[in-house]
Design a protein around this ligand. Structure first.
Ligand code: UD1
Length: 433
């Protein structure tokens, strides 16, 4: 099985270019089947999650072509309307399979999708998605084999109040509502940058969505959508991961292809603990020298501090001086990396939904296992900051969301390699000394 082997202790230095936003791409790729015309989507990150979703879209009968590594053409015209069922062993592993519920329901008034998987970071119910579809007039059932079936004679616009702020349900209801009759209002909507990106994509197809990025989204249903060309926004979380990597390794990284406004919650926390963060038009430089100060953080929906940056930030804070507290308010099972970090010398105690961190001077290398996508990235950061050699198993989680993670880190001077056998691991160890 593939794993990372990492020799830490080198400050990362140089430039890195951020890929397109995975979570925006997943919504946009699913939304492309809402028209019979061709959609050309640029800046699609080449990661496992997008590859799996594209395979599922192709299995439905759509024509899917990679024009280049990051540009995808999707034409939904060829979808087999008698077989609107998404289920294979891969799609069950990714969370975003549920976006095909919204887009198929919106287009064909019928969808059958295997219940979503994704990282095990909490309960992750889909009751708000179902509530939204039902409000629009769909009947939703969970049938044997763990499949969600949604069908409707007609979808009619409604006023929908979300009981919790959810990214997935907000995007899904938008997709189901764009071709519905009349006006849909989503109140208490999520405001993440990728909500705005999916709305912009749908509008470029001829949809009429206003208010994305605020907590009230208004959608006026249209008769049909048309083909478009669209470029996905940069990935906020990949950028944040490299920002914390610069700080934890006491390095100096210019992070290119970012929207600095999307990074504000992360930039301001890093500045607060003593890092230098310089914003340019579409890049950010992060530098750190010496030990950082402690702070307190609570994860919140955008524009608050993103839950997807919580493990990377905790890993960085665990090297600062003093005591920090991180409170996780979105997912209840997001501290699984703490035991792994403890084996590297971190001092973190989890109490309820808070991690109480006592900063240590440094980490030492260890053999680690990635518990989920972002926690896996956090362990890579820890290993790069640590003295000595670490290995990280189960990197399949990390590959779901980071494109060429090891290549980008090597270009910054980090010593990391993917190995799949003992001999290559030994060769790496001999080479790095
Ligand atoms: C998305 C992101 C994920 C990120 C999360 C929060 C994708 C593919 N994944 O996940 O990386 O961590 O947003 O920014 O885009 N909830 C309900 N009922 C529902 C739906 C959600 O109670 O029907 C709860 C969840 O348990 C959680 C909170 O709402 O506590 C937020 O979840 P949500 O924003 O929906 O997360 P995802 O869309 O699954």
């Amino acid at each position: 099985m593939e794993k990372y082997v990492i020799k830490g202790g080198t400050p990362l230095d140089g430039e890195v270019t951020i890929a397109g936003a995975k979570n925006a791409a997943l919504g946009i790729l699913a939304a492309a089947i809402l028209t019979d015309d061709e959609c050309i989507i640029e800046n699609v990150p080449y990661v496992e999650d997008t590859k799996v979703l594209l395979r599922a879209i192709e299995a439905l009968g759509a024509t899917v072509k990679y024009i280049d590594l990051h540009t995808v053409s999707i034409c939904g015209k060829t979808i087999d309307k008698d077989n609107l069922c998404v289920d294979d062993e891969y799609i069950r592993k990714i969370r975003a399979s549920y976006y095909l519920l919204g887009s198929m329901l919106g287009k064909f008034k019928y969808a059958q999708v295997a219940l979503p998987g994704g990282c095990d970071i909490g309960l992750r119910p889909i009751d708000q998605h179902i509530k939204g579809f039902e409000a629009l007039g769909a009947k939703v059932d969970i049938v044997s084999g763990g499949k969600v079936v949604a069908k409707a004679d007609n979808l009619i616009g409604r006023h929908i109040y979300m009981d919790v702020v959810t990214v997935g349900a907000t995007i899904n209801i938008m997709m189901a509502a764009v071709l519905a009759e009349g006006k849909t209002t989503i109140e208490n909507a999520a405001k993440e940058p990728h909500i705005v990106d999916v709305a912009n994509f749908l509008n470029s197809m001829g949809a009429n969505i206003k208010g994305a990025g605020t907590d009230v989204i208004r959608i006026r249903g249209v008769q049909r959508l048309v083909g478009t060309e669209y470029s996905i926004i940069p990935d906020q979380i990949e950028a944040g991961t490299f920002m914390t990597m610069a700080v934890a390794t006491k390095g100096n990284i210019l992070i290119k292809n970012v929207i600095p406004k999307h990074m504000e919650a992360i930039s301001s926390k890093l500045s607060e603990i003593g890092a230098t963060v310089i914003e340019y038009d579409d890049s950010i430089r992060v530098m750190a020298d010496g030990r950082m100060k402690s702070t307190q953080i609570k994860t919140l929906p955008y524009p608050g501090f993103p839950t997807d940056m919580q493990p990377q930030m905790a890993t960085t804070l665990a090297l600062s001086s003093g005591n920090s507290i991180i409170t996780e308010s979105i997912f209840e099972n997001r501290f699984k990396y703490v035991n792994e970090l403890a084996r590297m010398g971190a001092r973190i105690k989890v109490e309820g939904n808070s991690a109480i961190i006592t900063g240590v001077e440094g980490y030492t290398g260890a053999n680690l296992v990635a518990p989920d996508l972002r926690a896996g990235a956090a362990l890579v950061i820890a290993a790069l900051a640590a003295e000595g050699i670490s290995t990280i198993d189960d990197i399949k989680y990390i590959l779901r969301g980071y494109e060429d993670f090891d290549g980008k880190i090597r270009a910054l001077g980090g010593q990391i390699e993917i190995v799949d056998n003992e001999r290559d691991e030994q060769k790496f160890k001999l080479r790095v000394g």
